[in-house]
Each structure stands twice: as structure tokens, then as C-alpha cells.
Ligand binder design. Structure first.
Ligand code: ATP
Ligand code: MG
Length: 393
């Protein structure tokens, strides 16, 4: 009987020195939350590796565990392996049995040995040679190819046991969610801002999201679309507090009082003002947007400077230097692309000027904005902001 186990290897956490334990604790907590609905399991940590042992070790269940674990930030690599005694005969027996569905159909292989336990009586090259020999005897179809093997038989000799596998699976990388603090993301229904959320969660931020709606110009369906995006993002970001801001009156006030060419830039400044108020209440220390230089009129250098002029906390724009195609590739990977491309309107497309200023100066924007005192409307929008929490799973 083969016993399978999953090893999760830390990424950057390894470099965290004295803080390592708190990162590790958070990672384990995030993993437990992520796997809770899949089934029972035990988890222990040794030598910068987590040993995750599902109670139900059927291959299908292990598959599901792995799929989930690939969405947990802070894990650089995963591998499913057979566990055996630290005894060469048992290593041979387990390898031949564990890989009996793989090796008969391959042409080339190579054995690699990682000896974390330096007290093991055989050195790594010896394990490779001897095990390679046994594999060749059993499977005459195989030859050794050290450069480009079809199957990389890996033996890891660790603290209490030896582990056999055929290579690592890529983990999500990054740092455990919530290890870097909390930030508020301006989440539209578009492609870019969900990707921005994913990227900042990867750096260990706990994400809250804020979305502006302008009924009747924007529909209920448009808001639901953003809720769906939020839900999908919980796969990677964990629990997300989602704030919905009624923005109609503000947009109408801009339209009725300010020069048309400045509509969008003023709107963006007011969005930022409201976001900061909510951020403060929610202990978020930064804002996140999906802006990318040059993509639209409000994302030129000058326009971004005008938006930033009202911001007192850092604004993170992780896709700022990325091409649309690069952003789309990530959106597909994190499964938000399909929802993002549903054709519902966004408040940004309401009252868009025919000829927006692409090179506004801060002074002229302030002058245009000062034609109306927005304070009361901002207060009202903040007061009427509603919260929906999206729980992971
Ligand atoms: P996205 O694909 O994220 O919608 P975009 O390229 O369409 O971005 P804009 O519409 O100019 O760009 O919006 C820039 C950023 O402003 C968005 O990435 C998002 O962070 C924020 N944003 C835009 N509209 C909204 C909204 N209705 N609610 C919350 N944030 C918004
Ligand atoms: Mg948009």
C-alpha cells in the first residue's frame, strides 16, 4: 500500500529571519481555511516545508487538495509524493510500485536525490546510481538521459522519512495573504482591476474592494457582475469585504457644474476621496487601482498626477507597466476574464466627455472642480455605502 502525502515548500518566507514564525503561522491558518471544505487532513511544519496529509488519500482527493493549494500565496512549490522508510530497500520497493503507471510508458529517465538528512548512510550519487540500476532492471524499455529525461525520479531523504516524486508543481508564490496589511481596491467590472487585486494579494495584502454605482445609468446586473468578480477573487485573496458606493448624485453634480473636458478626471479624484474615507474606517493603509500608463485619457502621466494630488495614502497600481495582453493572460489564469468581458456598463462610461483633457494641470483641474462644493455629496455617499462580505468558500 502506497501512502501519498503533499509537501508544500515555502517561497520568500524562508528569508524572513526572526519574523519567519509569524509568517508561517499565517500561512498555515490560510491553508486550513482553504482546505476546510475539501476534507480532513493533518498539517505539520519541518525545515521550511509543510507536510499535508489528507485523511482520504484517494488520488482524486489528493488532486483536489493540490488544486486548492496552488491558489495559496506563500507556497513556492508543491509536490505529491509517496512516503516510505529511510531504508534503501524500501525506497526501491516504493519507487517501483509508485511509478508503475508511469515508467513502463516512458523512454528516458533520471534519478535525482536530495539528502536533507546528512546522516543517511548512502550519499546522494550512490542512491541515484543504485536506484537507477534497479529501475533499469525492472523496466528494460528505459534508458538514462541526464540532460532531458522524460521522467525525473526524485528521492528526498528528510527528517523522519524518505519521499518519492517526479518533480515539483509550481505554487502561487508570493507572501501569505494578510502578512503585509490591508488595502482597499477600486474594483470596476473591467479586466484590469481584478488582476490588480490578485497581484497585491500575492504580496501579502488582505484585500477589501470598493465599487461605485450610478443607477439608473448603471444597472443592477453591472453591480452583480462585480460581486461575481469579488467572489472569484476570493480563491486567491481569501475573504473580501466589498463596499458599494452610490455615485449617481456626484456624477450628476459634475455634469451640471463642471466643464465637460474635465468630467472624467474630476470623477476619478472624487472616487479617490471617497475610497480614502472608507479605507480609513476599515484600517486599510493603501488603495489599489487597475490603471496602466497610456491606456485611456485618464491614465496619462498628467492625469494620474491630478488623481494622486488628492491621495494622502499610497496608491498601488500593479499593472501600471503591463500591456493589455499581459494583463489578459493573468485574468484568464485567475478565472476573472470571462466575467470581466460581459458587456455591462460602468459608471466610468456615464457622461464621458467627447474630448477629455489628456494633459490637465493640477491647477486647472482644481479650478474646474471648485465650481461646485462636493463635500456634502461626498459625506452622503460615504454614509450610504453598503457592505457585503464575500467569504472564501
Ligand atoms: P478596469 O479594466 O479595471 O476597469 P480600465 O482600463 O477600464 O480598468 P478605467 O475605467 O479608467 O480603466 O478605470 C481605472 C481604474 O479605476 C480601474 O482599474 C479601477 O481600479 C477604477 N475604477 C473604474 N471604475 C470603477 C468603478 N465603477 N468602481 C470602482 N473602481 C473603478
Ligand atoms: Mg473599466
Amino acid at each position: 500500500m502506497i501512502n501519498e502525502i503533499i509537501l508544500a515548500k515555502y517561497g520568500e518566507i524562508v528569508l524572513k529571519g526572526n519574523n519567519k514564525t509569524s509568517f508561517e503561522r499565517l500561512l498555515i491558518q490560510n491553508i486550513k481555511r482553504k482546505l476546510k471544505s475539501v476534507g480532513e487532513f493533518s498539517i505539520k511544519s519541518m525545515q521550511s516545508t509543510l507536510y499535508i496529509l489528507p485523511k482520504d488519500t484517494s488520488p482524486e482527493n489528493i488532486d483536489t487538495f493540490l488544486e486548492r493549494l496552488q491558489q495559496v500565496f506563500g507556497i513556492s512549490a508543491l509536490c505529491r509524493c509517496a512516503i516510505c522508510k529511510k531504508d534503501f530497500n524500501d525506497i526501491v520497493k516504493t519507487t517501483l510500485e509508485y511509478l508503475e503507471d508511469v515508467l513502463p510508458y516512458a523512454k528516458t529517465f533520471k534519478v535525482e536525490c536530495k539528502r536533507a538528512d546528512k546522516n543517511f548512510h548512502m550519499k546522494s550519487p550512490e542512491v541515484c546510481t543504485e536506484l537507477g540500476h534497479e529501475i533499469l532492471e525492472r523496466f528494460p524499455n528505459l534508458t538514462v538521459d541526464v540532460k532531458n529525461p522524460q521522467v525525473l525520479v526524485t528521492v528526498e531523504i528528510r527528517d523522519t522519512n524518505a519521499y518519492i516524486h517526479t518533480g515539483n508543481i509550481e505554487g502561487a508564490g508570493g507572501l501569505p495573504v494578510a502578512s503585509s496589511g490591508r488595502a482597499l481596491a477600486l474594483l470596476s467590472g473591467g479586466i484590469d482591476s481584478p488582476v490588480a487585486c490578485y497581484m497585491m494579494a500575492k504580496r501579502g495584502l488582505q484585500i477589501s474592494a470598493i465599487h461605485y454605482v450610478s443607477p439608473p445609468y448603471t444597472s443592477e446586473r453591472a453591480r452583480l457582475k462585480v460581486e461575481t468578480l469579488c467572489e472569484k477573487l476570493t480563491d486567491y485573496c481569501g475573504t473580501i469585504a466589498f463596499f458599494c458606493v452610490p455615485f449617481t448624485e456626484i456624477q450628476e453634480a459634475i455634469k451640471n457644474n463642471c466643464p465637460e473636458e474635465y468630467f472624467t478626471i474630476i470623477m476619478r479624484r472624487l472616487m479617490m476621496e471617497i475610497a480614502q474615507r472608507i479605507a480609513e474606517k476599515q484600517f486599510c493603509e493603501a488603495l489599489i487601482t487597475g490603471e496602466s500608463v497610456g491606456q485611456v485619457a485618464s491614465q496619462t502621466l498628467k492625469a494620474i498626477a491630478c488623481t494622486d494630488a488628492v491621495c494622502k495614502i499610497p496608491v498601488f497600481r500593479p499593472v501600471i507597466g503591463m500591456d493589455k495582453l499581459e494583463i489578459i493572460n493573468i485574468a484568464r489564469k485567475i478565472n476573472t476574464f470571462e466575467t470581466s468581458t460581459l458587456p455591462y456598463e460602468d459608471c466610468c462610461t456615464v457622461f464621458t466627455p467627447k474630448h477629455p483633457k489628456t494633459k490637465p494641470s493640477i491647477e486647472e483641474v482644481e479650478k474646474a472642480q471648485n465650481r461646485f462644493n462636493f463635500t456634502e455629496l461626498i459625506n452622503k455617499a460615504v454614509e450610504n455605502t453598503t457592505l457585503i462580505v464575500k467569504y472564501a468558500d
